[in-house]
Design a protein around this ligand. Structure first.
Ligand code: ZN
Length: 304
């Protein structure tokens, strides 16, 4: 689905800052050098006032898209749950912003940040030309976004592609507790947080950049650990292939710089579990920190 012609503002609300930028009618885009601090100590109202002022600074736009970590109620657009933006839970960001900016109803659209990153990558990044893809964000946790038949698929309850919480080792077999309440989730094996834990347990540096540098420099325990983490990650991705027949994966997030070292392990597992599908492709995201706001801008331009 391609956006209608127009000037679209994308806002990506993160745990510490709001990133933003505009996609122009000719398709060109630029991230704003300005960011807005995500200051929620005073509750939602002052933050939403500041967000409206920030949005106003971009001049006249045809619509605004907002991405943030959390689960939105697909029916009402209310933020139902968010670990990082707890004070905003319950807010219906679209109407709140429309009201403050004097915009018509429906001008502000909202979505989950990982879903919108997938939407952004498919529009302007590593997913251009693909109708089906899974975006995996490797960071503090592991998130995912899904494009199916060219459309963003958020799921009936806004919970689609919670890939970080696919169980790869059941609790009974030693899976570690996960923040979601379950155990043995993919996230507990391959997020940046757990990569650091595994490095410490192996007696290696838990500075992931240093770990990767050593892994690239020579064969050794660092490279072996990253290979093992890759194998675990491949288990999660192979579930996606089996369930959805999606074979294109785009990996973003703070830990995605390790993809060259994770990839041999990822492919090893996925190849061993492949059944009837073509060889999967796993590539690094192209838009970096811009994927979220670009996807949000695209959502703003989607036909209602
Ligand atoms: Zn979990």
């Amino acid at each position: 689905m391609s956006p209608q012609s127009g000037r679209w503002l994308g806002l990506d609300i993160g745990g510490t800052t709001v990133k933003a930028g505009v996609v122009e009618p000719d398709g060109s885009w630029e991230r704003s050098p300005e960011v807005l601090p995500t200051e929620l100590a005073g509750g939602p109202a002052p933050f939403l006032d500041a967000l409206a002022d920030f949005a106003r600074g971009f001049g006249a736009v045809n619509g605004i898209g907002i991405g943030c970590p959390g689960v939105f109620d697909p029916a009402t657009g209310a933020l139902r749950a968010s670990a990082n933006l707890q004070p905003l839970v319950g807010s219906i960001l679209g109407p709140e912003l429309e009201q403050r900016l004097g915009l018509p109803k429906g001008s502000v659209r909202v979505g989950n940040d990982a879903n919108l990153a997938a939407y952004g990558e498919q529009w302007k990044g590593a997913g251009v030309g693909l109708d089906d893809l899974c975006l995996v964000t490797l960071g503090t946790g592991i998130g995912g976004g899904l494009i199916l038949d060219g459309r963003l698929y958020g799921g009936t309850h806004g919970m689609a592609c919670e890939i970080g919480h696919l169980v790869v080792v059941p609790r009974e077999q030693g899976g570690l507790p996960c923040g979601c309440g379950s155990a043995g989730c993919l996230e507990t094996f391959a997020s940046a947080t757990h990569a650091r834990r595994r490095a410490r347990e192996a007696g290696l540096t838990d500075d992931l950049e240093e770990l990767c540098a050593r892994g690239r420099a020579a064969e050794g325990p660092e490279r072996a650990l990253l290979h093992a983490i890759g194998r675990d990650l491949g288990r999660g991705l192979s579930y996606v292939v089996s369930l959805l027949d999606v074979t294109d994966f785009i990996v973003g997030g703070g830990f995605s710089g390790a993809l060259d070292l994770l990839l041999p392990g990822i492919m090893e597992t996925m190849e061993a579990r492949r059944y009837g599908t073509p060889e999967p492709r796993v590539v690094r995201a192209a838009l970096g920190e811009d994927a979220g706001w670009i996807g949000a801008a695209r959502l703003a331009g989607d036909p209602a």
